[in-house]
Design a binder for this molecule. Structure first.
Ligand code: 5GP
Length: 195
């Protein structure tokens, strides 16, 4: 997605540890005009699919998912991150290893909001090692719902997540794939995509 790649080049900051900081338009301050274009692009890519629900993970996936949902006209459910083992209520639980924080946490979704008849699209901001998406896919699996695919805004193509998710047979649409980035020069190289 040309507009997104240009924005990442302009405002993205390459940090040490292979972290791309996009706080000025995606992860902290949010450029809603850009989000609208992102939402429309997800809709265009998944236009042939029947989708009844978007599932994301708190916190930074929520904004993107909500704006995308305006194109899909479906509810958004976000998996909650929890540190406690004693969770109230009837929930699906999965364990996720955090890329940015390096610890393991549990994600939960109430059984009320993910049903067997649902056809679910996963949405997240970043794909790195694939743990967040794997956790979300696991919740969908536990619910017995259909997983239609996953849409991520930025895939870091030099990390294994994309390969892992695709090798599971999950349809993955990444709006920008970063193939290389250099923290010294700030240079970012994108993969050419046919879309
Ligand atoms: P994964 O589970 O695929 O390893 O990592 C995905 C999650 O880690 C995303 O939800 C995102 O919040 C965070 N993340 C991974 N890499 C980056 C990065 O380079 N920059 C930012 N801002 N977040 C990242």
């Amino acid at each position: 997605m040309q507009l997104l790649e240009e924005r990442i080049r302009k405002d993205g900051i390459v940090k040490e540890g292979n972290v791309l900081k996009v706080d000025s338009f995606l992860n902290h301050q949010m450029d809603i005009r850009l989000f609208e274009e992102i939402g429309r692009e997800f809709k265009r890519r998944f236009r042939d699919e029947e989708i009844t629900k978007i599932l994301t993970i708190e916190a930074s996936g929520i904004g993107i998912a909500c704006i995308a949902a305006q194109s899909f006209h479906v509810p958004v459910v976000f998996a909650k991150k929890t540190k406690t083992k004693n969770i109230a209520g009837d929930v699906y639980v999965s364990r996720v290893e955090s890329y940015t924080h390096g610890r393991i946490y549990e994600i939960i979704v109430s059984k009320d909001f993910l049903k067997q008849e649902d056809r679910v699209l996963l949405i997240d901001d970043f794909l790195a090692n694939g743990k967040a998406l794997e956790g979300l896919a696991d919740l969908v699996h536990q619910a017995g719902a259909d997983l239609v695919g996953a849409g991520v805004v930025i895939e870091k193509g030099f990390q294994p997540g994309g390969e892992i998710i695709r090798s599971k047979g999950i349809r993955l649409e990444s709006l920008a794939i970063v193939d290389a980035m250099d923290e010294k020069t700030g240079e970012i190289r994108f993969r050419d995509q046919e879309n």
